[in-house]
Design a protein around this ligand. Structure first.
Ligand code: ADP
Ligand code: MG
Length: 279
């Protein structure tokens, strides 16, 4: 009690110390209050989600942090709400320097809708970034991005997740030397006793990025992500100026062989030859 009395005396004599009247609140830093979230810009949208740049400014002084906020598109069906919920559950478990950081959630309409709050990556996706920065980005840099994507995917696989939507549009650029994997909207978790995931529901699929076993049997193995990585690598090497969706007979010319812990990746495209062996 004497110590508390002494501390009160010290606080009174030093007005710079925070006044003891301000209650110390226990707040969950992952719960964002919708009142303080101000939209600044649209960042992009995919099949079911849209992403906006917002400032979270609880003190109202215009100095709050910038965040990326993902929500369902207004006209999307109720069934898609579970996609976003699953994406939130996935992202909050992932911690890796090459994976977009989860920040929290924001509930609206009395908890009926939830938004996902992530870190904001100012340079956007590789698909936006690479065509603009072609002349400043050499092969060494492209391979550095490829390696970072591998490292992020390796971690994701180690946590028994299958991404199912790896593509240049879903790799985000933090700065010229760092990229991160994003968009976990289709990501699935493999059960302990299974080496693959069988997809039952019908949704729009990025078929040009899918391996044959995904298209034929709806089975997704960790190695199916490796195939998608190969297609992403093709996008990377062509500075995203050529989309697999415009290459004729793309699936028939693309081959990916998985061999033990390494994989050999081969593809032949009009005007390009790509053949890589990676560990
Ligand atoms: P969808 O599931 O609808 O495809 P994404 O998560 O892929 O949604 O986001 C759509 C687009 O929004 C991305 O391609 C990218 O351009 C942009 N985007 C997404 N997340 C961020 C972020 N954290 N920072 C900056 N831009 C982002
Ligand atoms: Mg996407």
């Amino acid at each position: 009690r004497a110590i508390v009395r002494d501390l009160t005396g010290v606080a009174e004599q030093n007005p710079v110390l925070p006044p003891s009247r301000v209650p110390i609140q226990e707040v969950d830093p992952t719960v964002f209050d919708t009142r303080f979230l101000r939209k600044i810009d649209d960042l992009g949208e995919g099949h079911f989600g849209k992403v906006e740049l917002c400032q979270y400014d609880p003190h109202g002084d215009g100095r709050g942090e910038l965040v990326a906020v993902k929500s369902l598109k207004p006209n999307s069906k109720g069934q898609l709400a579970c996609h976003l919920r699953r994406e939130i559950d996935t992202m909050r478990e992932l911690y890796h320097r090459n994976i977009v950081k989860y920040k929290g959630v924001c509930s609206e309409e009395g908890g009926r809708t939830t938004k996902l709050i992530m870190e904001y990556l100012p340079a956007g996706s590789l698909k936006d970034y690479l065509p603009r920065r072609k002349h400043q980005t050499d092969l060494k840099r492209l391979l550095q991005y490829a390696l970072q994507i591998c490292q992020g995917m390796d971690y994701l696989g180690s946590q028994r997740f299958i991404h199912r939507d790896l593509a240049a549009r879903n790799v985000l650029v933090e700065n010229e030397s760092t990229v991160k994997i994003g968009d976990f909207g289709l990501t699935m978790s493999m059960k302990e006793d299974k080496s693959y995931y069988t997809v039952k529901e019908e949704t729009v699929s990025p078929v040009y990025w899918y391996a044959p076993e995904c298209l034929v049997d709806c089975k997704f193995y960790p190695a199916s992500d490796v195939w998608s990585f190969g297609v992403t690598l093709y996008e990377l090497m062509t500075y995203c100026e050529s989309s697999p969706t415009t290459v004729k007979n793309f699936l028939s010319v693309f081959t990916s062989l998985h061999y033990e812990n390494s994989f050999i990746l081969m593809g032949r495209f009009p005007g390009h030859r790509l053949s890589l062996i990676l560990d």
